[in-house]
Design a binder for this molecule. Sequence first.
Ligand SMILES: Cc1cc2nc3c(=O)[nH]c(=O)nc-3n(C[C@H](O)[C@H](O)[C@H](O)COP(=O)(O)OP(=O)(O)OC[C@H]3O[C@@H](n4cnc5c(N)ncnc54)[C@H](O)[C@@H]3O)c2cc1C
Length: 489
Amino acid sequence: MSLKSQLYWKSALLRSGFAPSRAMIYGSCAVGRRYVSETSAAKNTAAGAVPPVFDAQNRRLFPQLDQMQPPSSVAYLKTLSKKELLSLAVIGCVTINKLFLELAIKVFPFVPMFLVKWLISSLYCGGDNFAEVRECGRSLQKRGISNMMLSLTIEDAEGTKNIDINHIVDETIKSIHEVLKPNILAQLETATDVNDIAPGYIALKPSALVSNPGQALLHFKDKAWKSHRDQLVTNCSAITQVIYDLNQELLKKYPSRKTPFFVSTIDAEKYDLQKGGVYELQRLLFKKFNPKDSPIVSCIGTWQLYLTDSASELQAEYARAEEEGYKLGVKLVRGAYIHSEAKRDTIIQPTKEASDLNYNNVMTTVIENLLEKGSKSSYGHLVVASHNYHSQMLATNLLKKKGLQSGKSNVVLAQLLGMADNVTYDLIKNHDAKNIIKYVPWGPPLETKDYLLRRLQENGDAVRADNGLPLLKSILKSLFSSTTEAKNV
Ligand SMILES: Cc1cc2nc3c(=O)[nH]c(=O)nc-3n(C[C@H](O)[C@H](O)[C@H](O)COP(=O)(O)OP(=O)(O)OC[C@H]3O[C@@H](n4cnc5c(N)ncnc54)[C@H](O)[C@@H]3O)c2cc1C
């Protein structure tokens, strides 16, 4: 790492109040000072202690953040139709306690497809054809969400389904032309500021784009697996090339645009696959599609901040990008595989609070760099992919501090379709966020059913906290208050 990069990271982290250890600056350890105990999450919760999730700098800048509660769902629920409220009430019932949730997870594969589609899919999935997904985009626009991160959900992480990978590539490219392009063009034509519209994203799951994905990613750098590596790079490049070409074309028409029109996004997989191949894959794509002199990037990768080495991984990538003359594109997530990572004790932060602190610190560093350096930043673009209200408010306040909540900042806030809608609603209505998108899975009904099941399994605790009894109470409140309002009209 060059001296310039070392100094940059050291001063950026110190500025954000995050005191890094020497090991961190030089790349062997992820987090320097911890503000939380290193006991297990369970022990922490039992103790009832709520350690701060913001570091000293952010607490000084935004003293109210530590105390802020996520907004109530009632205001958002009032905007929904009776049918949507009924679907949510069903979800509220099955997630009412851990026992019910576990039962729902077991029964879910046997629920008939028509019932899944009618009751649940429409809340969490964009549809199974382009017309339905375009319609989903239009209904999101009515809620103030200008764009989507599309994910064609045909997955084969275990390599057992024998799926047609060429079909995935073709359908994904078609979805750019048939959904994302008309969605953004219609808005650009009538926009007062072309930067008020967030980019349209394509999410690419590496394990869905190569045969024998587990082994192919683990052995990505082995000569013996070169044909698999080539297959994966070719597939991701084919999709990203379409995005790159469209970005260049639209930039000529809308030269005042500061952010990409379209972005290809590499999703993060389990730790071994990240280390084995996904980080390297992202790097190859950044080099090809995010040249330093281009005003906008076309590709972003993902870092999982629940990993103890995530900050140092990103730091090393930043240094490499600076030295080799390309831009990183960054999507920050906490990480989805906490329950299935084999080496959880060694690779994942010891507590939820440590994950939160790492997430907020790294996010602050990236945003401050983008705000300070603008188009000269080696971070080309950031997606804050989280349902966590505190993280989203921190990002929003950092942008507001510079008077920049629009797309000019190259910072976009993202949540999954159907999740944390109260947070999305609050950011739009009360904080004027225009830089906001939803991750929209779409595809064959059976595959989206698998996606829904995975969401329940991976995010079970969050689903239960967001839904269950609190959701049922909010639905009742929203029904009651809308009836009262109707009577008063
Ligand atoms: C747009 C979008 C794209 C996404 N893409 C990806 C992706 O490519 N790859 C991926 O892996 N995930 C992805 N996710 C999922 C994401 O990683 C999280 O699982 C999910 O969003 C929940 O985290 P949260 O930030 O919303 O916040 P919260 O609900 O505040 O945090 C929950 C998360 O905290 C962490 N956590 C919980 N308990 C502990 C503990 N005891 N110790 C340490 N950490 C703990 C876990 O990561 C858990 O998922 C994506 C999410 C979104 C919204």
